[in-house]
Design a protein around this ligand. Structure first.
Ligand code: DOR
Ligand code: ZN
Length: 432
């Protein structure tokens, strides 16, 4: 899959980059090794712009050895890691510590978000200077989040990010509405009522307005409701806000009603929604309102998830980095999604939004040789999951696609169900 569409080609790789795309059968003699991908589809390695690999502080939930192996086993060659760790990534020093902590351990490339919260607006320039891929702000409370800036602080912070050209990923749920709506009931429906659609819609509208006032680039993560889609479609059509939009496979593939029997395993923030919300998200994928897909890979330990009989206290979130690409390829097989559009959503889009384009996100001469070799196939048993806590409400779903091999910087990182070689993932800073 090239930016110009699907074609048959030999991909010549040299020193971690794509050197040339050649007509089939015209590879020069003397190449060091050949990988025969006949019958497969070669995609630019997916960039999962939304993972929580949990280090430092929560390595019982996930760590870089498990998380990055799950990534490459899922055709993901770059992940962007969220800052709600312990300590949280709120300072340049914390970001540098994270870089040191991960070095040499990751099988995929990685970028790191800094966290924006109520008390660190003056750190923004230092976080950018230290190499943050972007900022993340949690407008409503969730796992290990910190209190958000108030509207005045957020406006000031967005002025600073606008000057830097640094994009902010926004968890858009209004915290005050969440607190007022909280109901301690068992069952997913009670969780859904605790985080109503209006909380998302209000936060989306407000942050878009503040982004308009400042010119700051923003990206609304894990959009879950028809209401937010509707607002974002109109904001994007008006063209005055530099806003991009993400949704996740679970909002596209599951409703609250369908997931209800699964209980806490399907608890996530924002919650799973209705069939109408799900259809609105598919329309938003088709008409370009959605710009990227992220897994929101957010594992927890079984005991954190399964506070039996007390879904209210159970942790929110579940694994997803390994299933992102196979699940979406299954939608391609089902005819719901074009393969070209999928590549935009999982590779080109994230690369553009987070300063990795044109070196990543495309198969073309000069780009990094990060590739996913996939086979569209009949229903198959899902391969072994590699996350430390791999359960998800989607993990038993039949998939019609197989990740055959994944290359990171021109080298095999995963093949036929197994990791290959030592970790080679490199830290990624955004383009200047
Ligand atoms: O369900 C969620 N889990 N939503 C979030 O926003 C955070 C995530 C986590 O880090 O556990
Ligand atoms: Zn998240």
């Amino acid at each position: 899959m090239t930016p110009d569409g699907q074609r048959s080609a030999e991909i010549l790789m040299q020193e971690g980059q794509i050197a040339a795309l050649l007509a089939p059968g015209s590879a020069p003699s003397g190449v060091a090794s050949i990988l025969d991908a006949t019958g497969c589809l070669v995609l630019p390695g997916a960039i999962d712009p939304h993972v929580h690999f949990r280090e430092p502080g929560f390595s019982a939930k996930e760590d870089w050895e498990h998380g990055s192996l799950a990534a490459v086993a899922g055709g993901v060659t770059t992940v962007l890691d969220m800052p709600n760790t312990q300590p949280p990534t709120t300072t340049a020093a914390a970001l540098r510590d994270k870089v040191t902590l991960i070095a040499g351990r990751s099988r995929c490339h990685y970028g790191l978000y800094g966290m924006l919260w109520a008390q660190n607006a003056e750190e923004i320039e230092a976080l950018a200077e230290a190499g943050a891929i972007g900022l993340k702000v949690f407008l409503g409370e969730t796992t290990a989040s910190l209190p958000p800036p108030d509207d005045g602080q957020l406006l000031g912070a967005l002025r600073r990010t606008a000057a830097l050209g640094l994009r902010t990923a926004v968890h858009a749920e209004n915290g005050a509405i969440l607190r007022a709506a909280a109901v301690a009931g068992d069952g997913l429906a009670a969780h859904g009522r605790s985080r109503p659609a209006v909380a998302e819609a209000e936060a989306v509208r407000r942050v878009c307005l503040l982004a308009e006032a400042t010119g700051a680039p923003i990206l609304i993560v894990h959009v879950s409701t028809a209401w937010a889609v509707d607002i974002l479609r109109r904001v994007k059509a008006e063209g005055r806000v530099n806003v991009r939009v993400e949704t996740c496979p679970h909002y596209l593939l599951l409703t609250e009603d369908e997931a209800a029997p699964m209980g806490a395993i399907a608890k996530v923030n924002p919650p799973l929604r209705s069939a109408e919300d799900r259809s609105a998200l598919w329309e938003a994928i088709a008409d370009g309102t959605v710009d990227q897909l992220g897994s929101d890979h957010a594992p927890h330990t079984p005991s954190e998830k399964e506070c039996v009989g007390d879904l209210y206290r159970a942790a929110a979130g579940f694994a997803g980095v390994q299933t992102l690409v196979p699940l979406l390829l299954t939608e391609v097989v089902a005819g719901r999604l074009g393969i070209g559009r999928l590549v935009e959503l999982i590779a080109e889009g994230p690369a553009r939004h987070w300063g990795l384009w044109p070196r990543k996100g495309r198969i073309a001469p000069g780009a990094d040789a990060d590739l996913a070799i996939v086979r569209l196939c009949p229903p198959a048993v899902l391969p072994r999951p590699f996350s430390k806590n791999p359960r998800s409400p989607l993990s038993d779903r039949p998939v019609h696609a197989e990740i055959v091999a994944t290359l990171v910087a021109g080298q095999l990182a995963y093949r036929d169900g197994h990791p290959v070689g030592a970790p080679t993932g490199q830290w990624q800073r955004p383009n200047a």
